[in-house]
Design a protein around this ligand. Structure first.
Ligand SMILES: Cc1cc2nc3c(=O)[nH]c(=O)nc-3n(C[C@H](O)[C@H](O)[C@H](O)COP(=O)(O)O)c2cc1C
Ligand code: SF4
Ligand code: SF4
Length: 411
């Protein structure tokens, strides 16, 4: 029988029974849902972003759209949701209730204010309710409560530092995470501002401003409110590569704790987030799409992975890939060529088409035999053919003297 592996971690002094938490979003916006999520096994919740009483929250529905092959499968989710319509009076009661019922889970809350007084009031009230951690949304892409209308707070270095300082001043020993946006020129400067402001960590990142689609017959943007629409925040697998880069870039340049968020859809994604520097991983679109039960597979996948790798704790994963991420100019220059495994090749011709019109015309095509052949003198080793082969019959090889080193079917 599989022996249980300990996947618990320490995150900013908080014990988490796994690195997986529910991010500030609809799954944590109703008390019963947050409870069910915790019961199912999530290590903690960040209650959906709340604000001071009297702050108008003007939600518009329908608020979701998606995109994927034939718009059927959700590869990306666009939403025009804003913050929670539950104000701080409701959220502080929820924090007290959840903390009592789940003393061993992380009960966190997300806040957004429009003035120093708002931000600090929200923090004081949550502290009094015994919240474990406060996350500050500096990055809601659809609406703005920042200093400059239309601009996300974390797009201003000065505002980021100033508001972080206000929050941390009020939070004192309660850990504070600042949730930033990847939609900036230099993410490192934003992370440095968060650190200067005194926050304990960064959540990297939020949804990304997007327009998920336009109906080409009615010219309605998606999500459409019966004809009209607005830009939406993109989440889900479509944004994972952007999040990975954002986490890595912060981790390579700023010594600050990172909570990874944005596009993780399975335990492997979570391991990748941690490998480039995240200390834990938040999920939203995955449980929204497939339900809270997804935590079971996340946990079991991570347990098996740790065992296979001989790691004693998920904390051993954190930052392990960073040493291999280099600036382009510092990369070595391997002499690579593509190689076809004819035992696997099904003769589809895709590699020929891709190389002929998008590579270096190095693959010839025998239409009688339906067989591709690589001309090694013309091949530059760009790996375009490898990306399109539907059966992974192509791999890249590097010639080192008389030996051949393969990039074993890895992309
Ligand atoms: C419908 C919806 C509402 C959201 N509301 C909030 C919010 O109130 N505050 C916040 O900080 N992030 C909010 N988010 C962003 C998520 O917390 C998360 O950062 C984002 O979806 C990326 O993670 P994912 O790819 O795992 O979904 C929302 C996301 C969605 C899809
Ligand atoms: S590696 Fe590039 S150049 Fe070589 S065969 Fe493949 S597509 Fe053509
Ligand atoms: S793409 Fe792959 S399967 Fe298709 S012809 Fe090329 S090597 Fe064979």
């Amino acid at each position: 029988m599989f022996k249980k592996v300990d996947i618990s971690i320490d995150f900013l002094g908080i014990h988490l029974d796994s690195p997986f938490i529910l991010s500030a979003a609809p799954p944590t916006d109703e008390l019963e849902m947050a409870e069910r999520g915790l019961e199912e096994g999530w290590a903690g919740v960040i209650l959906k972003t709340t604000s001071v009483e009297g702050n108008p929250v003007d939600l518009k529905n329908p608020m979701m759209s998606s995109f994927g092959p034939m718009s059927r499968k959700v590869v990306g989710l666009g939403n025009i949701d804003l913050i929670s319509h539950h104000h701080i009076d409701v959220v502080e009661e929820r924090v007290k209730y959840l903390k009592k019922k789940f003393p061993n889970k992380m009960i966190a809350a997300s806040i957004m204010g429009a003035s120093k007084e708002d931000w600090q009031t929200l923090v004081w009230r949550l502290k009094k309710a015994q919240v474990d951690l406060i996350e500050c949304s500096f990055s809601c892409p659809q609406g703005s409560m920042g200093e400059e209308p239309g601009k996300m707070l974390a797009q201003s270095i000065e505002a980021t530092e100033k508001v972080t300082r206000w929050v941390k001043e009020a939070a004192d020993t309660t850990p504070v995470l600042i949730k930033i946006t990847p939609q900036v020129t230099d993410i490192v400067e934003v992370a440095k501002a968060v650190k200067r402001g005194g926050a304990d960590g960064i959540t990297a990142s939020n949804t990304i401003p997007s327009l998920t689609g336009v109906d080409i017959y009615t010219f309605e943007p998606y999500p459409t409110l019966f004809g009209e629409g607005a830009y939406s925040g993109l989440s889900g697998p479509a944004i994972k590569p952007i999040t990975l880069r954002t986490i890595a870039e912060i981790a390579r340049n700023v010594d600050i704790v990172i909570s990874g968020n944005g596009g993780a859809f399975n335990w492997r994604d979570a391991v990748e987030f941690m490998a480039v520097g995240a200390s834990n991983v938040q999920f939203c679109t995955l449980p929204m799409h497939y339900g809270f039960r997804t935590i079971r597979d996340l946990r079991s996948g991570l347990e098996h992975y740790l065992k296979e790798m001989g790691f004693a704790s998920p904390m051993e994963i954190i930052g392990r890939a960073l040493k291999n991420i280099k600036n382009q100019e510092d990369l070595v220059k391997p002499e690579t060529r593509s190689e076809i495994n004819y035992d696997k090749c099904i003769g589809c011709g895709l590699c020929y088409a891709a190389c002929n019109d998008g590579g270096h015309m190095a693959i010839s095509w025998d239409s009688e035999l339906r067989k591709p052949t690589v001309n090694e003198d013309k091949c530059t080793g760009c790996a375009m053919c490898m990306q399109v082969c539907p059966v992974d019959a192509i791999r890249m090889k590097e010639k080192l003297d008389s030996k051949v080193h393969y990039f074993a079917e890895r992309r």
